[in-house]
Design a binder for this molecule. Structure first.
Ligand code: KG4
Length: 334
């Protein structure tokens, strides 16, 4: 089944042509350079750039896959959650295309598609499994009982892990997107030199990252005001270690308590080098099979939307011209 998939939830305009789990093309036009000077994504600029890029990206995706509009069986699109103006560009483009081609329109939840990124290079992977989805806007532990059935058991009560990485990186003078750059320059953690707080949450599988973020920002300001030097690579490594400690401990505890032998990581932060290495070691020691996406599918892309779109279609999740974009929506919305 040939799906044309569209992703525009944040700062990447992406169109992909997929055939079930096979990726025929995946074109991504990123706006990172433009948002860099502001230290984060400016929603209005993001929407405008999506509007400018989407037709061209769509043409490129078709050309790269070697197909024409007539070969498309369905159109899938990220409709929630994300930046509302950015989502609307993709949703409206998808609605127009599905109407013009007379093919079904498939709404895809952004976090579901991040999880589906794992199906692309792991043909044997199928639910049920436990999943940690960790990105710039979300941090959530979910039981994936079927391709379109999700039971969240823990989520962030404030900031996402990616937000914590991005804002602490900014305080350290690193450019946007901070998480990637913090990961690149981090050396060895020193918790004696830079002691950081461990957040407390009521539900043991929930997360909280805003206190950690504020602690780092305050630490940097205090040192700067006193004219003291900061060892940026060491502090970066200390932040990374703390975030990974939290993510790994809670996720493994949830996985073991529910008796899962398969764990999946998804989302932009699943690209983090320490998270991948340490989670792998911990899973190996416990006999848990770990999956995480190939690096190119960790961040936002339309290939993962097409793959999840296929499973949404199979389960009967099809929309019509009344489809609207939604800024926030739980992963188990139906
Ligand atoms: O999934 P994603 O591309 O977009 C959202 O849906 O949010 O995730 C973006 C987030 C950003 O916070 C970015 O800094 C973070 O993923 N990120 C990383 C790494 N690569 C991307 N964080 C830590 N280490 C990385 N290597």
């Amino acid at each position: 089944m040939i799906i044309l998939a569209i992703e525009s939830s944040c700062d990447e305009t992406s169109v992909s042509i997929t055939d079930e789990r096979k990726i025929l093309s995946n074109i991504i036009s990123t706006q990172i350079a433009e948002h860099k000077i502001y230290g984060g994504v400016v929603p209005e600029i993001a929407s405008r750039r999506h509007t400018e890029a989407i037709s061209q990206v769509c043409e490129e995706a078709l050309k790269s896959a070697g197909i024409t509009y007539g070969d498309i069986d369905a159109v899938a699109v990220t409709f929630a959650p994300g930046l509302i103006g950015a989502l609307l560009v993709g949703v409206n483009f998808a609605k127009g295309l599905s109407y013009a081609l007379g093919v079904p329109l498939i709404p895809v939840h952004h976090l579901r598609s991040h999880i589906a990124a794992n199906y692309i290079d792991a043909p044997e992977l199928k639910p049920p499994f436990m999943c940690l989805t960790v990105s710039g806007g979300n941090t959530i532990i979910t039981e994936v009982t079927d391709y379109t059935k999700f039971t969240p058991i823990g989520r962030t009560t404030d900031d996402a892990a990616g937000e914590c990485f991005d804002k602490t990186a900014r305080a350290l003078g690193l450019s946007y997107p901070g998480g990637v750059n913090l990961d690149k320059i981090a050396t060895t953690a020193d918790t004696k030199l830079y002691p950081l707080p461990t957040p407390h949450t009521e539900n043991e599988y929930d997360f909280s990252f805003s206190g950690l973020k504020t602690a780092v920002v305050n630490l940097v300001h205090n040192k700067t005001q006193k004219g003291e030097e900061i060892d940026v690579p060491v502090l970066a490594a200390t932040i990374r270690q703390k975030v990974c400690d939290i993510l790994i401990q809670k996720t493994l505890s949830a996985t073991e308590s529910k008796g899962y032998k398969t764990l999946v990581m998804a989302g932009g932060v699943s690209a983090n080098s320490e998270l991948r290495t340490r989670m792998q070691q911990e899973c190996d020691a416990r006999g848990i099979k770990l999956y995480y996406p190939t690096l190119k599918y960790c961040g936002d892309n339309a290939a993962m939307v097409g793959v999840q779109g296929y499973y949404e279609y199979v389960s009967g999740n099809i929309s019509d011209a009344s489809l609207n974009a939604t800024a926030t929506l739980p992963i188990n919305y139906q």
